[in-house]
Design a protein around this ligand. Structure first.
Ligand SMILES: Nc1ncnc2c1ncn2[C@@H]1O[C@H](COP(=O)(O)OP(=O)(O)OP(=O)(O)O)[C@@H](O)[C@H]1O
Length: 244
């Protein structure tokens, strides 16, 4: 296989066991470069576990995870992949700017990056505010800003819009789109279906399996339904029918 794979992410037969239980059951999929891919599914279906495998912090039982042409988690990928977890990385007792200056130096990103990412997430007005005094949504965005430092080629974002009002969600999705237009690949998890239509591709997950991997329009066409939430429910019913 060529090392410059056209896919940003290539996962083959990925199986993960956590706490003695298999939680990902042999997943196989590709993520095209420069696309925004939504990872959707109910709580506990394995979204976070899959993201952890993509950034190389999850022990995998079997299968391969290749990211930007390298094995997930390899040292060469450290600066090329940004990851924002659900629990904030930023320090409460530092200002937004101090946090980003600190993380920029840890990650070896240019100093000027701090102000760039603060602007990208719309926190310029709160630049010098102590993180502990930010609102939930602002806190969230400060955390997201850390993942944008160093301009990574792949961004893995675990529920970045949780707790945000519709206006802020709209702004963040616009930012994701801008980043993708510059060639960044984004994998964004969510459990709200109204965000699904904003992606280029969707990975619909349920109980450690991928129910569908398609464009939003492809999914709609296949099901003959416009509402993606209903498409998802239909896929679940079909899957259960096939099992029975
Ligand atoms: N440290 C752990 N030890 C044992 N089991 C775990 C551990 N972390 C997660 N699990 C289990 O793995 C499964 C997948 O969890 P995961 O966090 O990946 O789901 P998720 O889709 O991200 O959920 P949510 O949307 O609620 O964050 C769940 O059944 C969960 O209980």
């Amino acid at each position: 296989m060529m090392s410059s794979s056209p896919a940003a992410v290539s996962v083959r037969d990925l199986t993960v066991v956590r706490g003695g239980r298999e939680v990902l059951h042999g997943l196989t999929f590709d993520v095209p470069r420069g696309s925004v891919v939504g990872l959707l599914g109910p709580s506990g279906c394995g979204k976070t576990t899959l993201m952890r495998a993509l950034v190389g912090v999850q022990i995998v039982k079997s299968g391969t995870v290749s990211v930007l042409g390298d094995t997930a988690g390899s040292k060469a990928l450290r600066k090329r992949v940004g990851y924002a977890t659900q629990s904030p990385a930023v320090y409460d007792d530092l200002s937004v700017h101090e946090n980003l200056r600190y993380f920029a130096s840890v990650l070896g990103a240019p100093k000027e990056d701090a102000d760039r990412v603060i602007e990208e997430v719309g926190l310029t007005r709160h630049r010098d505010q102590i993180v502990a005094t930010l609102s939930g949504g602002q806190h969230n965005r400060a955390n997201l800003a850390v993942a944008l430092l160093g301009t990574p080629e792949l961004l893995v974002l675990d529920e970045p819009t949780v707790g945000l009002d519709p206006v802020l969600r709209e702004e963040l999705w616009r930012l994701f789109r801008q980043l993708a237009e510059r060639g960044t690949t984004l994998i964004v998890s969510s459990h709200v279906m109204d965000e699904a239509g904003r992606t280029d591709r969707l990975l619909l997950m349920r109980e450690g399996e991928i129910l569908a991997d398609d464009t939003p329009d492809g999914l709609r066409a296949r099901a003959g339904i416009d509402d993606l939430e209903k498409v998802f429910l239909q896929l679940i019913t079909e899957r259960e029918g096939a099992r029975a």
